[in-house]
Design a protein around this ligand. Structure first.
Ligand code: TYM
Length: 328
């Protein structure tokens, strides 16, 4: 029996928040077992919005350390930086010839980010073509992501199918794996909006490396509602339901069952804060230890890129042959 392959990517655009952790990173860690798991720090994607070079370099290393501190083990998975494997950019171009302008125009993430930025790069528009390349380059079966990546994953599937029907069987058609709980962690102050780094108010956003006291305060101040009943109802009670899903995702429990254990918002907030802190505290400690040896992190990332290339070169070769490029 062949083991199935898992692939996912995360951008090195500043430290991740608890939405990234609960919606994605926690599942990366779980899926290391029983799968051939490949995880990529997508620096090529990060430059679709201009970045300070030193900051990008530092953020890439920090993210690798934080992923390892969260439980990604370079012995049990492949962890690498996207620009270290040139086949991503190469297959990305083939994907730009595979997806259409119309499809890219319909991507809601592009519309949101494009509307917010003064300078809209061409790469921000074609970003999902590169994301398809990332996934297809590893004959990926499963892609663990948060809910906001659903549309990009659908496009990756369409791209694989279209390429296969145009040029013959080349790519595996991937499936997304979206967690049943906390696939969309909401802002603590504006619970109708997704938690994101571009949050309107800093109090709505909880970072993985944030001071634990500050995390406690933010949960205590989380916006709920005035009807005073703890009930799982994401549509009508977004704030309370968000707290229940965060608590559920951290403690591995069903938010609906949790709702029945609470009568007061205050107790729910305190317990959610405590559970998040209990999870993040040890991760922050391991992160500090890993930070002491950046050369070791770089060495592990180089090994990761070598492992990744063993697969990526084979799949890219298949794609370039099938599309009709002359052998050099
Ligand atoms: P990125 O870097 O924005 O986010 C990384 C992961 O975190 C998830 N996520 C959330 N989950 C729950 N609640 C939230 N509030 C929340 N915010 C973010 C995202 O869904 C994602 O899984 N385009 C991707 C990076 C990428 C990629 C790939 C992913 C590039 N190539 C190939 C999968 C496969 C992105 O920008 O993720």
């Amino acid at each position: 029996m062949t083991t199935s392959r898992v692939f996912s990517g995360i951008q090195p655009t500043g430290d991740p928040h608890i939405g990234n952790f609960l919606g994605a990173i926690q599942n990366y860690v779980r899926m290391q077992d029983g799968h051939d798991a490949v995880y990529c720090i997508v620096d090529l994607h990060a430059i679709t919005v201009p970045k300070d070079p030193e900051e990008l370099r530092a953020n890439t290393l920090r993210l690798a350390q934080l992923l390892m501190a969260s439980g990604l083990d370079p012995e049990r998975c492949t962890l690498f930086v996207q620009s270290h494997v040139p086949e991503h950019a190469q297959l990305g171009w083939l994907m730009e010839g595979t997806v259409s302008f119309g499809e890219l125009s319909r991507m809601t993430q592009f519309k949101e980010k494009g509307d917010r930025s003064e300078f809209v790069s061409a790469g921000l528009f074609t970003y999902p073509a590169l994301q398809a390349a990332d996934i297809l380059l590893y004959d990926t079966n499963f892609v663990p992501v948060g809910d906001d990546q659903r549309q990009h994953l659908e496009l990756s599937r369409d791209a694989a199918q279209r390429f296969n029907s145009r040029y013959g069987e080349t790519f595996v058609v991937p499936e997304h794996v979206i967690p049943p709980v906390a696939a969309r962690v909401m802002d603590l102050q504006r619970p109708d909006d997704k938690m994101s780094k571009s949050a309107a108010a800093e109090n709505g956003l909880v970072m993985m490396l944030e001071d634990l006291k500050s995390i406690e305060k933010k949960f205590k101040r989380a916006v709920t509602d005035s009807d005073g009943e703890v009930r799982w109802d994401p549509e009508n009670k977004a704030g309370v339901s968000n707290l229940l899903s965060i608590l559920g995702a951290v403690t591995d429990q069903d938010p609906k069952n949790l709702a029945e254990q609470y009568t007061q918002y205050g107790a729910l907030k305190v317990d959610t804060a405590e559970a998040v802190i209990a999870k993040l505290g040890p991760i922050q400690q391991r992160f500090a230890e890993l930070q002491a040896d950046p050369a070791e992190t770089s060495r592990l990332l180089r090994l990761g890129a070598e492992k990744a290339r063993e697969v990526a070169t084979v799949v890219y070769e298949r794609a370039r042959t099938n599309i009709g490029f002359l052998q050099p």
